[in-house]
Design a protein around this ligand. Structure first.
Ligand code: MGD
Ligand code: MGD
Ligand code: SF4
Ligand code: MO
Length: 738
């Protein structure tokens, strides 16, 4: 008999609620759950691919140990014994820094990984912690941390009440939103325009989001700091600044004014490619709109001035009176796990960076991490503290990080590599041991991070659709066992006891003397469910362990999270300043000194022959979904988009050679009038044709690795984020690569 299960999609930040129909342990249909209080039935083709992912014969189901260069299936006990035998001596004898850890994007979508990797970080004690954050959003986290006092206090457009939306470097029509959890952007944008709202998109390519907007501004890649500074300058110069309610809650307005003073639109126009008059008009429109929001995403983060851009976006939101007001750029108030709902409201410790730095380049630590782009040099460079072993958790830097080929070579030099992953892919083929995770359909789910970034507050939970095979641990259990190994507790540990110890440490932070009573109240749950129950109950909507009898706890959220119920709606966003602030001053810091110093260095670089930018495709998810048949079908996606005029001028036929300062490749050419002349685009996450990769579907059309063209030394110096966009390349005609 067919059964319907409620499942939150873990494949992107939109977090859609899905209805998964099963019959006799098979998925027969996946569709959007109409009742979902947050996504209302929306889904994209990737949601449907959860079936293919679950059934993928290439997906790993047992641990693998490499013997003489060949992976051999092993039991979990054998795999842990191998880890003990090979990893522990390196950790003990060569020091904690000799073992590096890299955490990838899917970890942000699994409570089993996100809530437990911090324990692995502590058990390792290494400074060499890297993640996808420094390929993605670290500049935004840093600017938010400096302005509002916490790394995840990130403002996002309240699109359902907004009248004017300025989007820079984001393509939510395809990406489904990022640092902005907004399922069905398309529908919401359409509704906004239908009620008279206006959407302006700044992008070097006429992206799908730009095509569906009122206006597209084709910016020169990397030009956002100039454009945004020009807009901020205009707001001051033309007397358009109106802080409104925030006037009593800001520091540094005069310093901000002085900092943008040199950036009159007449000065910035040539460098960013947006005429001065357009910059002034946008500033006036933002100031005049009843409710407006500026949103900058990955195209603004993955440049040399990512942190400056991220700060300017929110500076403009403040200057136009749109920060933290309905219809403007607002903060979510998550039901669980949100540091900006915990502790004393209104002020706090703020954030610190640079508590350590990388050994070879001296790159500062940010948010507990070093830039992922220093990983290769830390492995290659001999000396005290050299990285000799690596643990990858859901991370594929060989395809996802700049200098991918260099990383692949470096991985071969390691004494030991362990991967927690579900495929033998471009990165994990270098591992000595691979420990697989569960299919999402075998796993429970609760979003830890994304309710902190959602356009509406909600709490939802989904349980496993299928039982995992007997004896297969959940990933949090694997991580706790690894922690115990690193702590010298050996192989024979009881995971239940590790779980009890872990939760007790957490509860103590909230409950102090009440710890035994709180632990007793949490007793029905174990593992992540116990963590979620704790976090919900102490959270802003929580039952406070009985003190607020109608409040949330896991049992209530679970009861509501069914195909019929669709989760708990916690309402539209509400203003949160000053309560949200955790800066030492208790104010919004409009002029962080490190950012102002970097702004002073902003100027246009020399115009290259061509600038390379990236792009995303609906049927793709970074580097690892190309093996799912339902997504892989259709036209070739790894193509070089070139403006038709450029293609003509260069005499390009079917293929082109793209050459940067650090690499070259041959890509199939696709002519596109959506490109600006002088700008070409390749998607990332391709290049599956490497030896040893066990992705049978992806290998049929492997594509090329655009990160082979990117220089791992190019970073935003403040956040350590990689530069992934606006890279100078030469383009010439070519024949297909062998
Ligand atoms: N040039 C360029 N490069 C980019 C980008 C760009 O725009 N341009 N975007 C960047 C961005 S935003 C990001 S987030 C990164 C992403 O880069 P990464 O963080 O490296 O993530 P993915 O490439 O998605 O690789 C995910 C890995 O996790 C594994 N995996 C999938 N599901 C699970 C699971 O349930 N458990 C475990 N243990 N493993 C799993 C997959 O097999 C794969 O090895 O790429 C970045 N790279
Ligand atoms: N289908 C699909 N969805 C995804 C992913 C995926 O791989 N596929 N990845 C997920 C992940 S990990 C993330 S982080 C999000 C990212 O979500 P988004 O931030 O929406 O990412 P993109 O779709 O790459 O859009 C970035 C846009 O920036 C533009 N751009 C490039 N350089 C510049 C510049 O210098 N200035 C400006 N103003 N714009 C520029 C690009 O042309 C592109 O249109 O997407 C997520 N969703
Ligand atoms: S937009 Fe697609 S991939 Fe993202 S959560 Fe929804 S169904 Fe999943
Ligand atoms: Mo990302």
């Amino acid at each position: 008999m067919a059964r319907s299960h409620y499942r939150i999609c873990p494949l992107c930040e939109a977090c859609c609620g899905l209805e998964v129909k099963t019959e006799r342990a098979r998925v027969i249909a996946i569709r959007g759950a109409e009742s979902d209080v947050f996504s209302h039935g929306y889904l994209c083709p990737k949601g449907v691919s959860l079936k293919d992912l679950h059934e993928d014969p290439d997906r790993l189901r047992t641990p693998l140990i490499k013997h003489d260069g060949v992976f051999v299936e092993a039991s979990w006990e054998e795999a842990f014994a191998e880890i003990e035998r090979r990893l522990l001596p390196i950790h003990r004898e060569r020091g904690a820094d000799a073992v590096a850890l890299t955490i990838g994007n899917p970890a942000a979508h699994k409570v089993s990984l996100l809530a437990y990797t911090p324990r692995l970080v502590r058990a390792l004690g290494t400074r060499n912690v890297y993640s996808a954050s420094t390929l993605d959003q670290m500049p935004k986290q840093l600017s938010a941390g400096l302005m509002f006092g916490h790394w995840l206090s990130i403002p996002l457009p309240d699109i359902e009440r907004c009248d004017y939306l300025l989007i820079l470097g984001g393509n939510p029509m395809i990406s489904n939103g990022s640092l902005w959890t907004v399922p069905d952007y398309r529908g919401k944008a359409k509704a906004m325009r239908a009620r008279g709202g206006r959407i302006v998109v700044v992008d070097p390519r006429r992206s799908e989001t730009a095509a569906a907007a009122d206006e597209h501004l084709a910016i020169r890649p990397g030009g956002d700091a100039l454009l945004l500074a020009g807009i901020a300058h205009t707001l001051f110069a033309e007397g358009l600044v109106k802080l409104g309610r925030l006037a009593d809650h800001v520091n540094g307005i005069e310093a901000a004014r002085a900092a943008v003073q040199p950036f009159a639109p007449e000065v910035t126009a040539a460098g960013c490619g947006i005429p001065a008059e357009t910059q002034r008009r946008i500033a006036r429109e933002l100031a005049a709109a009843p409710r407006a929001a500026v949103y900058g995403r990955i195209g603004t983060c993955t440049t040399r001035f990512g942190t400056v851009n991220s700060w300017l976006v929110d500076l403009i939101n403040v200057l136009t009176g749109n920060l933290d007001r309905e219809g403007g750029a607002m903060f979510a108030k998550a039901a669980a796990f949100a540091p900006n709902t915990q502790g004393k409201p209104g002020s706090g410790k703020g954030i610190a960076t640079g508590r350590r730095s990388s050994r070879v380049s001296g790159a500062p630590e940010v948010f507990g991490e070093l830039p992922i782009t220093v990983m290769a040099e830390e492995i290659e460079t001999a000396g005290e503290g050299q990285v000799r072993a690596l643990i990858t958790v859901a991370s594929n830097p060989v395809l996802s990080a700049p200098g991918g080929p260099r990383i692949a070579k470096a991985l071969e030099q390691l004494d030991f590599m362990l991967s927690l992953d579900i495929y033998i892919n471009e990165t994990t083929r270098h591992a000595d041991v691979i420990l697989p995770g569960l299919s999402p359909l075998e796993d429970l789910h609760f979003d830890v991070a994304f309710p902190q970034l959602s356009h509406r507050n909600h709490a939802r939970f989904s349980g496993p659709v299928f039982d995992a095979a007997a004896g297969t641990p959940q990933e949090w259990q694997t991580i706790l066992r690894l922690c115990a190994l690193l702590e010298g507790r050996g192989l024979g540990v009881d995971v239940q006891q590790l779980d009890d110890e872990a939760i007790e440490a957490d509860v103590k932070r909230f409950a102090g003397e009440q710890t035994p009573a709180v632990l007793a109240a949490l007793r029905p749950w174990r593992g992540p469910e116990r963590l979620i129950d704790l976090q919900l109950r102490v959270g802003p909507y929580g039952d406070q362990f009985g003190r607020k009898p109608d409040g949330l706890n896991l049992a209530r959220v679970k009861a509501a999270s069914t195909v019929e119920g669709g989760g708990v709606d916690l309402g539209a966003l509400v203003p949160r300043i000053p309560e949200l602030l955790r800066t030492p001053s208790g104010r919004i810091e409009l002029a962080p000194p490190s950012i102002l110093a970097d702004l002073a260095r902003v100027k246009a670089g020399p115009a290259p022959a061509f600038s390379l930018i990236g792009r995303r495709d609906t049927r793709s998810g970074n580097s690892w979904m190309h093996n799912l048949p339902v997504l892989a079908k259709g036209p070739e996606r790894c193509t070089l988009l070139v403006h038709p005029g450029d293609a003509e001028r260069l005499g390009l036929a079917e293929f082109a050679k793209v050459k940067s300062a650090v690499g070259e490749l041959v890509a199939r050419v696709e002519r596109s009038a959506d490109m600006s002349p002088g700008v070409v685009s390749l998607p990332h996450g391709w290049g599956h044709g490497l030896d040893g990769v066990c992705l049978s579907v992806a290998r049929e059309r492997p594509g090329v690795n655009m990160n082979a063209l990117l220089d791992d030394a190019a970073r935003d110096p403040l956040s350590g984020n990689a530069v992934l966009s606006g890279v100078a390349v030469e383009v010439t005609p070519a024949c297909e690569a062998a």
